[in-house]
Design a protein around this ligand. Structure first.
Ligand SMILES: [Zn+2]
Length: 158
């Protein structure tokens, strides 16, 4: 039975009271029942909206995570391209654009300075800032060396 129906039924059983008092009690009960119904309906609407927003948020999170993955993948590909095709600066011991617009765009997308020092890609001979080209076993262990140092070590160990 609905709140409103209960309120009306309760009013019909108010016996032994004056007309005015019965009216007052009825009105009070009915107002309370209507208010309760409105609160329930409002609460239901809010809960439905909250559930919809939660669902939307989860969807957005999933989309964002997917975008982050894509960006990481593209960044990795771009870095690979620059390392393979970018110009090497012996002075900086790293990569530079050499004024090529495609490389300038790539550096900008990666937020790299031009030139960009890159110790990991340098020759491992002490003090050398040339780009490493080949790895080889040396008396000091396996080393990644530039073309010149590679040849020097090769000649020395012949
Ligand atoms: Zn070297």
């Amino acid at each position: 039975m609905s709140n409103l129906r209960e309120a009306i039924e309760a009013s019909m059983t108010d016996i032994g009271l004056g007309w005015e008092e019965r009216l007052d009690r009825s009105e009070e009960r009915i107002r309370a029942a209507i208010a309760a119904n409105i609160d329930d309906a409002t609460l239901d609407a809010h809960e439905t909206e909250a559930a919809r927003l939660r669902e939307q948020l989860e969807e957005d999170d999933a989309n964002l995570a997917h975008c982050d993955e894509e960006i990481e993948k593209l960044r990795g590909a771009l870095i690979g391209m620059v390392r393979q095709f970018g110009h090497w600066s012996d002075e900086a011991g790293g990569y530079m654009t050499g004024g090529l617009s495609a490389l300038q765009d790539a550096f900008e997308a990666l937020r790299w300075s031009d030139p960009r020092p890159e110790p990991e890609d340098r020759c491992e001979a002490p003090g050398c800032t040339k780009q490493r080209s080949s790895g080889m076993p040396t008396p000091d262990g396996y080393r990644w060396l530039c073309y010149e140092h590679y040849r020097l070590v090769e000649e020395a160990t012949r």
